[in-house]
Design a protein around this ligand. Structure first.
Ligand code: XUL
Ligand code: CO
Length: 440
């Protein structure tokens, strides 16, 4: 079946039409060729469509089954269905004119009766991807292995109490990493899907962390062995599916990478919804990762402030995104990373074209926020007051303290000296908030 060209009602790629565009489907802010701070918008934002939410999730929730009724979910020949799914996926990449996509092994190809059969299926679909990519624009932002859906992984993959499950996971990751490499993937992601616990009554937390450290080290070793140049990315998430996930947040992941000596090869893939589940803001997680030198890529989506689970909605929240892009752009922007739409349309969005509206709307929200962030940086709206606030640390005295040139006694003696009376200064929060509002 090749019904890809009839799946959506749209036939030609969505174009930039400007803020006043009269058609409902046009980019209003995402003018991909516009050069901002020395790079085209497309090269700054590096949008990726994710395979799992857009083509694999059938619209089910814990209370009801599928709502989307995608044709490739109905049929008896699993490989034919996987190929039909790929046809529609590449049609969407084309219509959105996106530079990247991302997938799990299990999204692309059906599971076989043995691991060898699953790997053969994956390689066969990777051949299909490779053929399509030969003429398409789209590239692979990252690949990954699904180490969480199958029942064998119910107690974790790398952190499973059974080393044979660890071994099975190693087999899956080798295949997914090699396929990612073959397709020119720019990163490889490890999300610790069920690397965590339900209860400490049955869990040896220290042992499981050592297992996870060993697993990630094995992936890094193999990446070097096959010459894969991109970074390995781990993805912080505090809970769901397990009660406690070991990759809790950026700070926890940093500690993990440091403990297992992985900081050179591994960076982080940060997701908005995971940040708020961890009780942080998205900006906090990005700013901390940048500050610690582990920022890699973003899974762009949006959680619901009132719901404590991973709703994975499409990001449309311009004012939040402005501050996130301000952090990223201030540090020079993406290198191997990008903006992967780890986002799903709502269960009631059953028209195929809803997939297009979701991506176009979110790409525009990102572009609009990005342009505002660039304007803010050009004008030094936040960077100038920040430099002013810390200017003492840039001076001789501040630098001497940080360089370890003063003992505690030196500083104490100076503080005790006559006339030493430092005064507090305003943090000017409301002033800064109103400055930001001028750009949003
Ligand atoms: C789950 C999640 C995953 C990872 C890839 O919350 O974010 O889709 O991004 O496994
Ligand atoms: Co994600």
């Amino acid at each position: 079946m090749n019904a890809a060209s009839e799946f959506f009602t749209i036939r030609t790629p969505i174009a930039y039409g400007g803020a006043q565009a009269s058609t409902p489907l046009a980019f209003r802010w995402y003018d991909k060729d516009r050069v901002v701070r020395g790079r085209r918008l497309e090269d700054h934002l590096r949008f990726a469509v994710c395979y799992w939410h857009s083509f694999c999730w059938p619209g089910l929730d814990p209370f009801g089954g599928e709502t989307f009724l995608r044709p490739w979910h109905h049929g008896s020949d699993a490989m034919a269905q996987a190929r039909a799914k790929a046809d529609v996926a590449f049609e969407l990449f084309h219509l959105l004119d996106v530079p990247f996509f991302a997938f799990h092994d299990a999204d692309a190809a059906p599971e076989g009766r043995t691991l060898a059969e699953s790997v053969a299926n994956l390689n066969a679909i990777a051949d299909v991807f490779e053929q399509k990519m030969a003429t398409a624009k789209v590239r692979l932002l990252w690949g990954t292995a699904n180490l969480f859906s199958h029942r064998r992984y119910m107690a974790g993959a790398a952190t499973n109490p059974d080393p044979e499950i660890f071994t099975y996971a190693a087999g899956q990751v080798r295949a997914a990493l090699e396929v990612t490499h073959r397709l020119g993937g720019q990163n490889y992601v490890l999300w610790g899907g069920r690397e965590g616990y339900e209860t400490l009554l049955n869990t040896d937390i220290g042992r499981e962390l050592d297992q996870l450290g060993r697993f990630v080290s094995l992936v890094v070793e193999h990446k070097h062995k096959i010459g894969f140049k991109g970074p390995i990315l781990i993805e912080p998430k505090p809970k769901e599916p397990t009660k406690h996930q070991y990759d809790f947040d950026v700070a926890t992941c940093y500690g993990f990478l440091q403990r297992y000596d992985l900081l050179k090869d591994v960076k982080l893939n940060i997701e908005q919804n995971h940040a708020i589940l961890a009780g942080h803001s998205f900006q906090h997680e990005v700013a901390l990762a940048e500050a610690l030198g582990v920022f890699g890529s973003l899974d762009i989506n949006r959680g619901d402030d009132l719901l404590g689970w991973d709703t994975d909605q499409f990001a449309m929240n311009v004012s939040e995104l402005v501050l996130v892009f301000h952090e990223i752009l201030n540090r020079g922007g993406f290198t191997s990373g990008g903006l992967n739409f780890d986002a799903k349309i709502r269960r009631q969005s059953i028209d195929p074209d809803d997939l297009i509206h979701a991506h176009v709307g979110s790409m525009d929200a990102c572009a609009r926020a990005f342009l505002a962030a660039a304007d803010m940086l050009d004008a030094g709206v936040l960077t100038a007051p920040l430099a002013e606030r810390y200017k003492g640390w840039a001076g001789a005295e501040g630098r001497a303290i940080l360089a370890g040139q003063h003992s505690l006694a030196d500083l104490a003696d100076r503080a005790m000296g006559s006339g030493f009376d430092p005064q507090p200064r305003s943090g000017r929060q409301e002033y800064l908030e109103s400055l930001v509002n001028r750009y949003v």
